[in-house]
Design a protein. Structure first.
Length: 167
């Protein structure tokens, strides 16, 4: 079995986790182009004894109760965003459309479906908190869930709780 993380590095310019040999085993190890992961880190927090809370918008989020509750936890704990999943490969944008909004200065802002990871470290050495707020993917569910499992494993997750409120 191929260990995908044994040759993984974070690109200092893009923040993407890259695997230098798993996708292109015969490629030059210095050539990382083309091997970018959809998992983009802005930092790599060291977490321990972590509780991981996750919620997805869409069908399992009636009245946005699940995602709204986790957004409130992010706000209450002043949790720090540290990673996201690039939506490009996981959505049929005819079904999960990006949103265009008008800004105060007259410009327009394009917002893609977000899948974001936040963390909070316990000051007293207690349980750290990892929060994921995302949108159910339309495509490549296995790859998408593998990325979430990767973050959970790297974060010393001891308990994972999914929050939802189906219709």
């Amino acid at each position: 079995m191929l260990d995908l993380l044994s040759n993984a590095r974070t690109c200092s310019r893009s923040g993407y986790l890259i695997c230098l040999s798993a996708l292109c085993p015969n490629a030059d190890m210095g050539d990382w182009r083309g091997n970018l992961s959809a998992l983009k880190y802005t930092e790599h927090p060291i977490l321990s004894n972590t509780v991981f809370l996750a919620a997805w918008g869409g069908w399992p989020d009636a009245a946005e109760s699940a995602t709204r509750s986790l957004r409130e936890l992010v706000r209450q704990f002043s949790a720090t965003k540290f990673a996201s999943i690039d939506p490009e490969d996981f959505y049929d944008f005819a079904e999960q459309r990006p949103v265009i909004s008008n800004q105060a200065d007259g410009s327009r802002k394009l917002t893609w479906p977000k899948n974001e990871f936040f963390y909070w470290k316990a000051d007293d050495g207690g349980r750290d908190l990892l929060i994921f707020i995302g949108v159910e993917p339309n495509l490549k569910w296995r790859t998408y869930t593998d990325l979430i499992h990767q973050v959970a494993n790297e974060s010393d997750t001891k308990l994972l709780v999914t929050v939802g409120a189906p219709y």
